[in-house]
Design a protein around this ligand. Structure first.
Ligand code: MF3
Ligand code: CO
Length: 255
């Protein structure tokens, strides 16, 4: 069952997602050589407290996994998603830093992610990022009432395959609202015209994760951090959007 939000719920989602976007925008500005990913995470924690929102990552429990120990996910280079910030992970020139921020407030969730490049980086990494971001917006362009979920997936897949990059299929986008992960799943590949029908009032997180090499990933012994099997870099772009009768409304905007 895919929840359809009421106008009152949508108003709250707008506020919560704006908070998630503000946190992401803030920590993005902190990414520079010499800073540890733990310092960035602590800054996110303090900024969330200032905004009066909670981290949805901190203490997050799924299945038999240990609780997620940090306020944000910071995934560097070959790390794809769910990277655990660490004092030992110092940002260096050339790093590809994916920041993923999920907040909870007033009983609702907002989720967004973006990859930051620490210059100088190679042109091939720059092109990977560009394709990842374009894939997100091409997916969002298909997120409209009357379309089906895999129309989004297909648009993302087409663009990523055109660039000959690897698509991560172990992790997917998702409905979001009163839970961080609601129906439907929003894969980053699929057949157009299939999947659940999109209706106005649905809120979903679209999040292509794409790799310079293989799409295959493996999870480190910390049970959370997903890394590419070939150790090549990965990028991640995500917005929470509202399905309307026309174009989707991007909710994770810091205005
Ligand atoms: N955006 C990630 C997701 O949708 C965040 C997960 S929360 C964490 O899966 F606990 F894993 F950090
Ligand atoms: Co997400």
């Amino acid at each position: 069952m895919i929840p359809v939000k009421t106008p009152a719920e949508i108003a709250i989602m707008r506020q919560v997602c704006r908070g998630a976007a503000l946190v992401l925008q803030y920590i993005e500005s902190l990414v520079r050589p010499g800073v540890s990913t733990l310092e960035i995470d602590e800054a996110a924690r303090d900024y969330m407290a200032k905004l009066g929102v909670e981290s949805a990552c901190y203490g997050y429990k799924v299945g038999r996994l240990p609780r997620f120990p940090s306020y944000t996910c910071i995934s560097v280079n070959e790390e794809v998603v769910h990277g655990i910030p660490s004092r030992k992970r110092i940002i260096r020139q050339g790093d590809v830093v994916s920041l993923d921020v999920v907040v909870r407030d007033s009983g609702f969730f907002g989720d967004n992610a973006r990859t930051i490049l620490v210059e100088p980086v190679s042109n091939e990494v720059r092109a990977l990022c560009q394709t990842g971001e374009e894939a997100l917006y091409l997916g969002i362009a298909q997120a409209r009432a009357g379309n089906r979920v895999h129309d989004i997936s297909h648009a993302i897949e087409r663009h990523v395959r055109f660039g000959n990059y690897g698509i991560v299929d172990q992790y997917v986008g998702h409905g979001i609202g009163r839970e961080m992960h609601e129906d439907p799943q929003v894969p980053n590949q699929g057949a157009a015209g299939t999947g659940a029908l999109l209706r106005p009032g649905m809120t979903i997180a679209i999040e292509p994760m794409i790799n310079l090499g293989t799409g295959a990933v493996t999870v480190l012994s910390d049970r959370w951090t997903a890394v590419t099997k070939d150790s090549k870099p990965s990028v991640h772009y995500e917005h929470t959007v509202l399905i309307t009768d026309g174009e989707a409304e991007i909710l994770t905007i810091a205005v």
